[in-house]
Design a protein around this ligand. Structure first.
Ligand SMILES: Nc1ncnc2c1ncn2[C@@H]1O[C@H](COP(=O)(O)OP(=O)(O)O)[C@@H](O)[C@H]1O
Ligand SMILES: [Mg+2]
Length: 244
């Protein structure tokens, strides 16, 4: 049984089909990236999986439970963690305190939450900024803080919305190296990225390509980026030369 099953899910906003019959599944400890240009429906899919919005058609199952009409709070309790495309830490709190907010999902003990938060910060190589005020962090660390907050909830699955966008290639590579270890922590991941960034796609077991809310390709990263349909849809020959 897959950990997550998205089964013919569609979502319309007025006349706009944001997601159109998306079907894919994620196995335990698997890393999958959704690739698609701005507006392809990636964030909408993440909002559907985490119960912020509900589909017009289709079903979503997580660890054997139907979560199609779930609430965000219940999704988090079941083990679905997420980051937001627009980073929104509590700016006046320290990095450690922000991450503790995630840990409070599974413990009421302040000491336990601090302990768990420190462990996550160590994993993400953020010990040095634990006491810094969140609003003072550079973007690369803010993106990691989003991931740390989500990991502190102890998810089985984490949805990473554009966690590498805005980062330099070196920053993205460093982050990808950390994300690659998520399966060792027992965490599966679904990432969303606008471009086929080699560094990110290289850590994925599979890639799902979306275009205008519909899935146009799925497969191993190496194969997918060479599929004519994918290249034609939006990558373009120039893009391919530059990034692949
Ligand atoms: N709450 C909403 N109301 C209306 N339209 C929306 C809403 N959320 C997303 N959309 C539209 O749905 C489409 C898919 O958006 P989105 O899922 O954010 O794409 P991506 O994350 O791949 O850039 C876009 O055309 C976007 O404008
Ligand atoms: Mg988005």
């Amino acid at each position: 049984m897959p950990l997550l099953e998205v089964d013919r899910v569609s979502k319309r906003f007025g006349g706009l089909r944001a997601v159109s019959g998306a079907s894919f599944s994620i196995g335990e400890k698997e890393i999958v990236f959704l690739v698609g240009p701005n507006g392809a429906g990636k964030t909408t899919l993440f909002n559907l999986i985490t119960g912020f919005i509900h589909p017009d058609e289709g079903r979503i199952r997580f660890a054997g439970t139907d979560v199609t009409l779930i609430t965000p709070n219940r999704a988090a309790r079941l083990g679905i963690g997420r980051t937001f495309q627009i980073v929104k830490p509590l700016g006046s709190l320290t990095v450690l305190e922000n991450v503790m907010l995630g840990a409070f999902l599974h413990t009421a003990s302040r000491a336990r939450a601090a302990h768990d938060a420190r462990e996550v910060l160590a994993y993400l190589r953020m010990e040095a900024v634990a006491a810094a005020t969140a609003r003072d962090l550079p973007l690369a660390m803010l993106k990691r803080l989003e991931i740390a907050r989500a990991l502190a909830t102890r998810p089985k699955l984490i949805l990473l919305d554009e966690v590498v966008s805005g980062l330099s290639t070196a920053e993205a590579m460093a982050l990808a190296a950390l994300l690659q270890k998520l399966p060792e922590r027992g965490v599966a991941a679904v990432g969303g990225v606008e471009h086929v960034m080699r560094v990110v796609v290289s850590i994925a077991n599979r890639v799902v390509v979306l275009d205008h809310g519909a899935q146009i390709a799925e497969g191993e990263p190496h194969d997918v980026v060479r599929m004519p349909a994918v290249v034609e849809a939006y990558l373009g020959a120039k893009f391919r030369e530059r990034h692949l």
